[in-house]
Design a protein around this ligand. Structure first.
Ligand SMILES: NC(=O)C1=CN([C@@H]2O[C@H](COP(=O)(O)OP(=O)(O)OC[C@H]3O[C@@H](n4cnc5c(N)ncnc54)[C@H](OP(=O)(O)O)[C@@H]3O)[C@@H](O)[C@H]2O)C=CC1
Ligand SMILES: O=C[C@H](O)[C@@H](O)[C@@H](O)[C@H](O)C(=O)O
Length: 315
């Protein structure tokens, strides 16, 4: 598997990661998630993307234990594990304990990448959506990043980064960071190409990880606009590939790495087959001209409060 090197992490990151934020209704049981993730390791996935807020941290930990037990991998070090600081822990003194909590869930001594999940703080556990606006606060970027830097210096994580950060938020972070972020994980796919953010991150040496590279096909928060896009399907037919593969290949050709979720044995294999062929100039041009529409928006998921509208407008 191809890898990308990162600015604050000694370990290279495999270009394709298995996403684990499953919400295809009905939600899978913990046991199913564990056996599916074990299948993914068998299929060749070495990078896994989870988060404290996903129900998958524990199942991923169990799948790793089983993979070691079965000898599918010889050492935990063969895997690249990303998890994320949830917004209820986004305070200076809560970052290290939150990272330790995730490590306990994962049964690991360290993760490879720890990300700030979102640029905001939530003061209470979300009980229902929309979120009451009284529990949402701006992020104390300086304090929280110091906590992230401490996680790295304590060896709890090899690398640190962020997710859902706009150019503006990254500028703010870069102005105070002792260790600049390695990663900004954001939505990116042919229908939401993130040109400006990509240029900014490239100039600053920050690697973009694309989430929802298939537009979150068939999930509660996404739709089929990518996997049923006519332009992509036409290109796919002419190359004997699937529309999903064309979308993933396009993301990869932009110098971006990606996390995509499939809990289906055939599709998880299909999604890895994007390295021995390429898009020609004309195909890339057609894709670059696709009309743009984001899938994930904070305001539509959490509620139309000023802070979410502002964060959406910046992205
Ligand atoms: N940092 C953040 O805020 C966020 C991070 N993420 C991360 O990114 C990961 C990936 O994003 P996600 O939103 O899940 O969406 P993706 O774009 O990866 O799409 C996943 C959906 O597409 C389906 N699918 C997978 N492969 C194919 C294929 N070859 N053809 C057709 N359909 C396919 C899956 O179904 P099936 O399983 O049945 O194959 C699933 O329903 C998440 O799981 C999570 O780890 C996601 C959102 C936000
Ligand atoms: O309440 C929070 C939700 O889990 C949501 O914000 C995240 O799960 C996000 O969509 C992601 O996949 O990272």
């Amino acid at each position: 598997m191809q890898e990308v090197s990162l600015n604050n992490c000694d370990k290279a990151m495999p270009v394709i990661g298995m996403g684990t934020a499953s919400s295809s209704p009905p939600a899978e049981s913990a046991e199913t998630v564990k056996s599916t993730l074990l299948e993914a390791i068998k299929a060749g996935y070495r990078h896994f993307d989870t988060a404290f807020i996903y129900p998958s941290e524990k199942s991923l930990g169990e799948a790793i234990v089983e993979a070691l037990h079965l000898g599918i991998i010889k050492s935990r070090d063969e895997l690249f594990i990303t998890t994320k600081l949830w917004s209820t822990f986004a305070e200076r003194d809560q970052v290290v304990p939150a990272c330790k909590l995730s490590l306990r869930n994962l049964q690991l001594e360290y993760v490879d990448m720890y990300l700030i999940h979102m640029p905001l703080r939530i003061s209470e556990t979300i009980q229902k959506l929309p979120v009451p606006k009284e529990i949402i606060y701006p992020l104390d970027i300086k304090g929280v990043w110091e906590g992230m830097e401490e996680c790295k210096s304590l060896g709890l994580t090899k690398g640190i980064g962020v997710s859902n950060f706009s150019c503006k938020k990254l500028e703010e972070l870069l102005s105070i960071a002792k260790i600049p972020p390695a990663i900004n994980q954001v939505e990116m796919n042919p229908m939401w190409q993130q040109k400006q953010l990509r240029e900014f991150c490239k100039a600053k040496g920050i690697q973009i990880t694309a989430y929802s590279p298939l537009g979150s096909n068939n999930t509660l928060w996404g739709d089929n606009r990518v996997v049923e896009c006519d332009v992509l399907t036409e290109i796919a037919k002419s190359k004997g590939k699937t529309t999903a593969q064309v979308a993933l290949r396009w993301v990869y050709e932009q110098g971006v790495n990606l996390v995509t979720k499939s809990f289906n044995k055939e599709r998880m294999k299909e999604n890895l087959q994007i390295f021995d062929w390429s898009l020609c100039e004309e195909e890339s041009k057609k894709i670059s001209e696709l009309p743009q529409r984001r899938g994930f928006s904070m305001a539509s998921l959490y509620g139309p409060h000023d802070i979410f509208l502002q964060l959406d407008a910046e992205m």
